[in-house]
Design a protein around this ligand. Sequence first.
Ligand SMILES: *Cc1c(COP(=O)(O)O)cnc(C)c1O
Length: 227
Amino acid sequence: MSIANHLSLICERIRVAAEKAGRDPASVRLIAVSKTRPVADIAAAVQAGQLLFGENYIQELVPKLTEVQEAVHWHFIGHLQSNKVKYIAGQVALIHSVDRINLATEINRQWSQLDRICEVLIQVNISGESTKSGTTEEGAVKLIRECALLPNIKIKGLMTMPPFFDDPEAARPCFAELRRLSEVIAAENIAGVDMTELSMGMSGDFEAAIQEGATLVRVGTAIFGER
Ligand SMILES: *Cc1c(COP(=O)(O)O)cnc(C)c1O
C-alpha cells in the first residue's frame, strides 16, 4: 500500500476513534513521524495532504529543513540536548520534549535572539521507567512554574511516551494519567501556561490515546512502514 493509502486509513481510524469517544475529530491532529525516512517519503505524504511532520534527531531534521521543498510544519519530538537547540532555532512549530529547566532556558535564549516565542510541551515520564526521558509527575508542576517565567517559551500542554509499544490496553493507564495530570496543572491557573495539548499515542496505540484525550498523535510506522 502507498503512503497516501496508509495516511487515509489512519485519518479514518482517527475519525472513528474520536467519534466513539464523543470528540470532534478535528480536535485530534496527526503528526507523521518521518524519522529515518527519506525526503521522497515526506513529499509523498505532502502530496496526500499531510503537512505536519515529527522528527526525533537534530542531525536528521536539519538537512530535511532545507531538502523538503514543501511548506510543512515540523515538530521536534525526540530527546533534545541543550547544545543542539541552536540548530533548530525558529524552525520548529512545537517542541514536545522539554523535560528539564536547562533545556527550557536554552530554548528561551535561542528564540529570544530571534524575538520569537517557542511553543513547547512538557514531557512527563508517567511510567517511571528509568530508560524513558521526561520529568517525573511530581517534578512537572515545579518545572512548569519555572518555564512559565521564561518570556520566549509558551507551554501548550504535556507529552508522554509509555513503555509499551504495541499493547494499547497496557498503555491506556499512562494516557489517562497524563490527562489527569494536565487537568491538575490546568486547575493551578499558572500565568501564561496552556494545558490544551496532549501529545500521546503512536502507531500501536493511538486510538486508545484518542479515547483518553490525545490532541496530537505521533504516528510513524503505520504511515511509512517499518523502520
Ligand atoms: C518514533 C516515535 C514515534 C512514532 O512511533 P511509531 O511506533 O513508528 O508510530 C512517536 N513518538 C516518538 C517520540 C517517537 O520517537
